[in-house]
Design a protein around this ligand. Sequence first.
Ligand code: ADP
Ligand code: MG
Length: 625
Amino acid sequence: MADIIKLLPDHVANQIAAGEVVQRPASVVKELLENSIDAGASTIKLIVKDAGKTLIQIIDDGKGMTDTDARMSFERHATSKITNADDLFNLTTKGFRGEALASIAAVAHVELKTRPEGQDLGSQITVEGSKVIQQEPCATPKGTSLAVKNLFFNIPARRNFLKSNNVEMRHIIDEFQRVALAHPDIAMQMYHNDGELFHLSSGKLKQRIVGIFGGKTNEKLVPVKEETDIVKISGYVVKPEFAKKTRGEQFFFVNNRFIKSAYLNHAVSAAFDGLLPDRARSSYFLYLEVDPGSIDINIHPTKTEIKFDDEHSLYAMLRSTVKHSLGQFNIAPVLDFDRDRSLDTPYNYKDKFAAAPQIKVDRTFNPFENVAPPKKGVQMPHFEKPQTEGWEQLYEGLQKENIQAEGSKLTYESEQVTGDLFKSGDTAPAGRAGGFAKAEATTYQLQNKYVVTTIKSGMVIIHQHRAHQRVLYEELLKNITLASSVSQQLLFPLVLSYSPSELGLLLQLKEGLENTGFLFGSIKDETLEVTGIPTALTEAEVPIILEQLLSDLENEVPDVGFSQTDALAKSMAKSIAVKTGERLDETSREHLVNSLFACKEPSFSPSNRTTFITITSDELERKFQ
Ligand code: ADP
Ligand code: MG
């Protein structure tokens, strides 16, 4: 038999390696940013066109490369960062595999211009699909500029596999933010299609966080600091009262490298235990410094996972350090000597829009009633303002036991129950008109969670939150599609602050939101002006709804069309719907039952969960045998 084993040609081997290193435009951004940092750059500019599908360019003022190095850098396993295997256990650089440039050049058109200090002329190299097309001297500033064009031009399957520009851009911004947060001392800029997305000057960590997430962030941060034999912990956590419902900014850096660790995340969550409202998630920017020899970052190709020698102690230390910081903050204002005074709130306030104070009159309030008045109708859900909740959380731990004990009891409205028990005795439920057409049957609420009513064949138990979501979802879907909603104009526009990336997302959803009844004024400089809102909402609910929307659609903003409408309707229905734990009065209960069974698809919530169950008289009978 003839020999059949051959060595793969370099360009094929590189393409295969590229599959691991370059998954999407954001992977290129990450590798190039890391190279610039390893090259000691103090200024880095990132230019992106069409979410990186057309162009990703990085310009740095780092140490540059000589002619030969420039040529060598595109070879596989060509690296200046390690020379032997032992170095792997003592890494101080981001890169070490020597694969990135070779892989990128295998699947794109790459143009490199670079000049080291002390050399008059730099070199320019053009590589297309691993082939060097041209190399010549050129005049270029000190440092390196690397342009990656037409990513995956030679692998159509990979190019087609890329997600929409919105999704790819989201990934790129994530990578940019991670690197920016790890290196506040490096000035960084980012442009997308000629618009500037970030302009971060070099400074302290706090300035960097504010530069990325917007001016309001400053007042939300609590510093964290601790030093032990095995780890140095520093950074900030976001005060519990600013915790977000479903999404937080959660960043861990180990030796200035962004990592993901569910285990360490758990340690931080544990420190917040009892301080956060239900389902809220903490936000944090935490930096751990450990001996490079005590970690292994080599276990994952994209290097966001890490293995620690002593995870257990790290967990304990992280938890107690964060807890300590939060405790300090709860007792007295934290003294932060590193604070940059220019970021203090009063100075920002001078240009801020002054909103008129709102006066809210609760007409149903009865000082002699010790139970909170039930709501007028399910159409008008009530939202607590998050800010005013803050102080109570301090005592939450103390009250928890009582609340739980109460919550586990079945809560009936005692008066009504007695009255109705007798009533239902003579007007037997099964004798009623039956069917789902109109609920004239008496309704009950069980545990502030279920609505119970009778039908001809037995009884129905409705999950109030899911059922209301279904009702609102169908209604919203119709409104958005037909663009038929009515708005209520606000006397004073509501001015809300968002980070640039969040604003970008909202901008994409603008049309859909307008179809539900929102009206927008100016959208600029991290602020969104809301001038009109859907009639079914109150002003106080608006920030919560938009927040929910942002967290629901964070990574996957569907392109225009049905899927966007659907996502919008789902998210809004979720935030407007009555919650589990809310007490509903009789009118609301009846309204909910009637509108649920008027739905096209009453049996499931928009997220496909059961909205109601029925128990037939037969089933009941069997139970009593
Ligand atoms: P690695 O970063 O793992 O060493 P890369 O393929 O990313 O591998 O880069 C190969 C080499 O090219 C690096 O080791 C470095 O010497 C050089 N290099 C890459 N980018 C730059 C840059 N922006 N400035 C200076 N040198 C660079
Ligand atoms: Mg590299």
